[in-house]
Ligand binder design. Sequence first.
Ligand SMILES: NC(=O)c1ccc[n+]([C@@H]2O[C@H](COP(=O)([O-])OP(=O)(O)OC[C@H]3O[C@@H](n4cnc5c(N)ncnc54)[C@H](O)[C@@H]3O)[C@@H](O)[C@H]2O)c1
Length: 341
Amino acid sequence: MHEPAVTAAELTRRIAERSARVGIIGQGYVGLPLAVEFARVGFTVTGFDTSLDHVTTLNAGRSHTPDVPDETLRARLDAGRYQATTDLSALAECDAVIICVPTPLRKSKDPDISFVTAAAQEAAAHFRPAQLVILESTTYPGTTQELLAPMFEARGARPGVDCFLAFSPERIDPANPTFAVKDIPKVVGGLTPECASLTALLYRQIVGRVVTVSSPRVAELAKLYENVFRNVNIAIAKELAVMCRHLGVKTGRHRLGPSPDHHTHDRERQGRDVPPGAPRALLLRALRGARGRDRPVDRSPRGDAHRARGRIRQGIRSLLGVRREPAGNPLAMLSASGSSR
Ligand SMILES: NC(=O)c1ccc[n+]([C@@H]2O[C@H](COP(=O)([O-])OP(=O)(O)OC[C@H]3O[C@@H](n4cnc5c(N)ncnc54)[C@H](O)[C@@H]3O)[C@@H](O)[C@H]2O)c1
């Protein structure tokens, strides 16, 4: 490998001065708002996508996500701060490359990492020394270190010396009018301290709070933990919404929290993060390589559901002030609660 043309110090300067060129692979619900935000604060951004349709409409100033109005996209295009392309060889011109491609589930319910693999291979193929490469796609713990790093090492790049690798999960809530990209704290885990500090510096240019964790694996796990937490909250909200409906309490009007329309609203807002079963599938994917007989996670879906139900029942018992619950569904607890007081 030749001597680095751009040093880490030069990369730091370019990021801090916002003269760095940022490339974002995947211009969907996650990648496009991120690209437009970096362009808004002064970076020159290239949005890479394999879909020619997407690229053509974006360059014509038509957005496909509710978080980026057409006028905003046009303003960035007119200012020369943003451009979309299918030409992945232009990755070589970027100082920082961020990967935002999908991670759907296969029919078998196994996570499909092929988009991440393909995008990372492109980034590695067009890598140039002292580039910062960040993965944002929701994925299994270990992806950055076990899948991405070897691709760059195979090209002679040394992580933390001439190649800076990190994971920073995307946490966007599409069409949420209160929390946009700039309002959502970023979690960052770098392969080395230098990888983490360059990544944190880049995100600090667009978001108010950046939390650095000890490794990419921790950041990858944090995202799955957040998704599981959200799924459990949605399950509790739905249980309580059913009860409220039976009690004649209009939760939406009184802002009591769980809205019976929660899911409809979610769909309308086009919340499209990984499907509900995906965090579990991604965790199991990571555990497949773990050693030892004691698996920290019960692999049966029934085990998960049983524990979740237990916690919901416990929460409802404490809300109602009852020590014991009658057999049957949680609604039966409500009818019994009066006599227990
Ligand atoms: N949308 C959300 O609400 C949300 C929230 C948090 C995290 N995430 C995660 O972020 C990631 C991206 O999700 P999304 O909703 O933006 O997906 P998306 O389907 O909206 O967009 C992905 C884009 O990547 C492009 N693409 C696919 N493979 C490519 C490749 N090899 N090179 C270049 N472009 C490629 C596709 O053409 C598409 O335009 C996923 O891992 C998802 O789980 C999504």
